[in-house]
Design a protein around this ligand. Structure first.
Ligand code: NAD
Ligand code: MG
Length: 383
């Protein structure tokens, strides 16, 4: 059970919901970190009195330090600050709710301190999943997934004594706002169109990833790394209602699933209370009024990002870091309205063809693959 958390990415969508869970469970907060939101982190810091508050942006951190001068809270900035937050002795659990592969080094540092990692930051597992999982084994840290599909699978696997019994993992996918459209029909979709997700309210980057289905591709890789399974044993299925959060098929043909209304606080809460469950006031799913459950195959021709992610998943090595780095950069450009919707997949595909990847990458190879992928995307959009 968690008693005290270091919350990396406290001002985001998962960060907000983790704060609500911390209030609900009476957890103490040892560290808060964010990118640059001074007002929000100040109010969180005044509520929880952490030992450390971090803003990645240096100027914003200076401003926060001045504002918190009447408190005992230490304020830091940059990667140094994120690493200090991730390794603070007072926290037994590190919630990784930052967006992007910026979360990689803090996650590795927290693992070395044998913390429980409540992992939302999927980009970290996509880029360096083997390194992260090897470190988890080596240091005996505990990693509990927060991503709803992976939490569902983690819950279904409680009581499974032999991983060899797993035949396959099935990740459910809402299909996003553009479900059913062809590649040509996607051409003119705008930032505003992509930010309207039907079932979940999330940060901008993951909402765009849900519209391109890159999110499901990243999640397939995340599941492969978490459970050390090949692509042949991990697949995605469209399920528009977001009621079944994912399934495990076992070798005897049994399928176990976790069902519920879409609410990220459930996986966040479970990551804190695991292996126990806490009382919650959340409205449970009413089976008598929920719509019939329906499933369909994703369209990888229209949603090319899913296809590309699967190819990288097969290839392994640093290919997933190239995929992720190019995608982060391309989604940033789409959100800045510099490129069109279909350009995201096209730019990722180009980066994959331009950047050479090494097999069995060490951390420096992964950071280099990420850098080259971003450079490729920037060169093609003239940024
Ligand atoms: P968000 O954009 O709402 O929040 C991101 C947080 O990261 C913010 O607190 C921001 O200040 C911080 N951050 C961004 N750049 C940073 C930097 N350079 N240094 C330090 N901090 C930085 O994102 P989100 O939707 O909360 O998603 C967070 C992570 O959780 C992502 O990896 C996402 O894929 C994953 N996730 C989110 C959801 C969801 O429902 N939102 C569900 C599953 C998984
Ligand atoms: Mg998910």
């Amino acid at each position: 059970m968690t008693r005290s958390i270091a919350l990396l990415g406290s001002t985001g969508s998962i960060g907000h919901q983790t704060i609500e869970v911390a209030r609900e469970l009476g957890l103490s907060v040892a560290a808060l970190t964010a990118n640059s939101s001074v007002d929000l982190i100040e109010s969180q810091a005044r509520e929880f009195s952490p030992r450390l508050a971090v803003l990645y942006d240096e100027a914003a951190a200076r401003e926060l330090r001045a504002r918190l001068a009447d408190t005992e809270i230490e304020v830091m900035s940059g990667m140094e600050g994120l690493l200090a937050a991730a390794t603070l002795p007072e926290a037994d659990t590190v919630v990784t709710a930052v967006v992007g592969m910026i979360g990689l080094r803090p996650t590795l540092a927290a693992i070395e301190q044998k913390k429980r990692i409540a992992l939302a930051n999927k980009e970290t597992l996509v880029c360096a999943g083997e390194l992260v999982m090897d470190a988890v084994d080596r240091y005996g840290a505990e990693l509990v997934p927060v991503d709803s599909e992976h939490s569902a699978i983690f819950q279904c696997l409680q009581g499974c004594r032999d991983r060899g019994e797993i035949r396959r993992l099935l990740l459910t996918c809402s299909g996003g706002p553009f479900y059913g459209l062809t590649h040509d029909e996607l051409e003119n979709k705008t930032r505003a169109d992509a930010l309207k997700h039907p079932n979940w309210s999330m940060g901008a980057k993951i909402t765009v990833d849900s519209a391109t289905l890159m999110n499901k591709g990243l999640e397939i890789i995340e599941a492969m790394r978490l459970y050390r399974l090949p692509l042949a044993q991990v697949d995605a299925v469209i399920h528009r209602q977001s009621i079944v959060h994912s399934l495990v098929e076992f070798r005897d043909g049994a399928l176990l699933a976790q069902l519920g209304t879409p609410d990220m606080k459930l996986p966040i809460r479970y990551a804190m209370t695991y292996p126990y469950r806490a009382e919650s006031g959340a409205e449970p799913l009413d089976l008598l009024s929920c719509p019939p459950l329906a499933f369909a195959r994703p369209d990888e021709e229209a949603f090319r990002c899913l296809h590309l992610a699967k190819r990288c998943a097969e290839k392994g090595g640093a290919a997933c870091a190239v995929l992720n780095g190019a995608n982060e950069e391309a989604v940033g450009a789409f959100l800045a309205e510099k490129i069109g919707f279909n350009d995201i997949a096209a730019l990722v595909e180009t980066a994959l063809s331009e950047v050479d990847v090494v097999s069995n990458p060490a951390l420096p190879d992964i950071l280099e693959a990420d850098r080259l992928a971003r450079e490729s995307v920037r060169a093609h959009i003239g940024a």
